[in-house]
Design a protein around this ligand. Structure first.
Ligand code: B12
Length: 228
C-alpha cells in the first residue's frame, strides 16, 4: 500500500486560501518526457492544481480589483499564486497558458479520474465539465500518490448526449470544435445568450450541474475566449 506523501497535505494547505485544490499527480516514468526544472534536470513528480466549480472566484475577484490594467488576468493571478506556493514548498510551477503548450489534459487524465467528453473538455464523474486547471507543481523527487479511483466514463451512459445538440451554431460534432463558428456567433447580437449566460453546450451536460460556474464567472470565461 502506498502511504500518501506528507507533501500532499502541505500543498493542500497552501492552495486552500486561494480556493484551489491539488488535482492529483503522478511520478514520471524513466525515459518519459517530463518538463525541465530550473537546473535542467527533468522533473520527477507533478501535482496538478485547479478548482472544482467556482471555488476560486471570490479569491480571484478580490485580487483583480487591485490588478485591473493587466491583460490575461486569470493567468496572471494563477502565476502569482502558484509561483508563491511552489517557492514555499521547494517546487516549480508551470501553467496551461505557457507556450509551447504543455500536455495538461494528458497529465490530468493520469492524475485524476477524468475522461474526454464529446466537447473535448475533460469530464469529472462528480463535477462534470465545471472544473479546470490553473497550473501544476513540479518536484525533483518521487512523491507517493494515493491510487486514482477507477470510474466509468460518465458519457458512456448518456444516451442523448444533449451537449452535442445545444450549440446554436453546431460548433461540436463529437470529434472537434469549430472554434471560428463559435467565436463568430459570440460577436453578433444573436450570440447574447451564450455571451451572457455561458456556453450552452457545456450547460446542457447533466453531470455536476449543481457545480456550474456562477453567471459572472461564465461571462468572464466567454469574454476571454471571444477575445483571445
Ligand atoms: C489552445 C487551447 C484552446 C483552444 C483550442 C482547443 C482545442 N480543442 O484544440 C481554444 C481557444 C479554442 C480553447 C477553448 C477552450 N478551452 Co482550452 N485550452 C487550450 C490550451 C491552452 C492548449 C491545448 C493544447 O494544445 N495542449 C497541448 C497538447 C500537447 O496537450 P494535450 O493534453 O495533449 O491536449 C490535447 C488533447 O488532450 C486533446 N483532447 C483531449 N481530449 C479530447 C477530446 C476530443 C473529442 C478532442 C477532439 C480532443 C481532445 O485536445 C488537446 C489539444 O490538442 C489548453 C491548456 C493546455 N496547456 O493543454 C486549454 C484547455 C484544454 N482549455 C480549457 C478550457 C476550459 C477551454 C474553454 C472551455 C474555455 C472557455 N473560455 O470557456 C474553451 C472551449 C474548449 C472546447 N470545447 O474545446 C481547459 C480544459 C479543462 C478540462 N476540463 O478539460 C484547458 C486544459 C485549460 C485549463 N486552464 O484548464 N482552448
Amino acid at each position: 500500500m502506498i502511504v500518501a506523501d506528507p507533501l500532499l497535505d502541505q500543498i493542500t494547505a497552501a492552495l486552500e486560501p486561494h480556493g484551489l485544490v491539488p488535482r492529483g499527480g503522478f511520478v514520471f516514468g524513466p525515459g518519459e518526457a517530463a518538463p525541465c526544472l530550473r537546473h535542467d534536470a527533468a522533473a520527477r513528480s507533478i501535482v496538478l492544481a485547479g478548482h472544482f466549480g467556482s471555488s476560486i472566484w471570490p479569491h480571484f475577484t478580490r485580487w483583480r480589483q487591485a490588478h485591473s490594467g493587466q491583460p490575461d488576468l486569470l493567468d496572471a493571478w494563477s502565476k502569482a499564486v502558484l509561483t508563491q506556493v511552489a517557492d514555499k514548498l521547494g517546487g516549480q510551477a508551470v501553467f496551461p497558458s505557457d507556450k509551447p503548450y504543455l500536455p495538461f489534459q494528458q497529465w490530468a487524465k493520469r492524475a485524476e479520474s477524468l475522461s474526454a467528453s464529446p466537447l473535448g473538455l475533460l469530464i469529472h464523474p462528480e463535477y462534470g465539465l465545471w472544473q479546470a486547471f490553473r497550473g501544476a507543481l513540479l518536484f525533483d523527487r518521487a512523491i507517493g500518490f494515493p491510487a486514482v479511483p477507477l470510474n466509468n466514463h460518465p458519457c458512456d451512459s448518456c444516451i442523448d448526449k444533449p451537449c452535442l445538440h445545444a450549440c446554436p451554431v453546431d460548433a461540436f460534432d463529437g470529434t472537434g470544435f469549430a472554434v471560428g463558428r463559435c467565436r463568430g456567433h459570440l460577436a453578433v447580437p444573436e450570440g447574447a445568450l451564450c455571451r451572457d449566460g455561458g456556453c450552452l453546450a457545456r450547460l446542457a451536460c447533466p453531470i455536476g450541474r449543481e457545480h456550474a460556474y456562477t453567471p459572472e464567472q461564465q461571462r468572464f470565461h466567454m469574454a476571454a475566449f471571444a477575445s483571445a
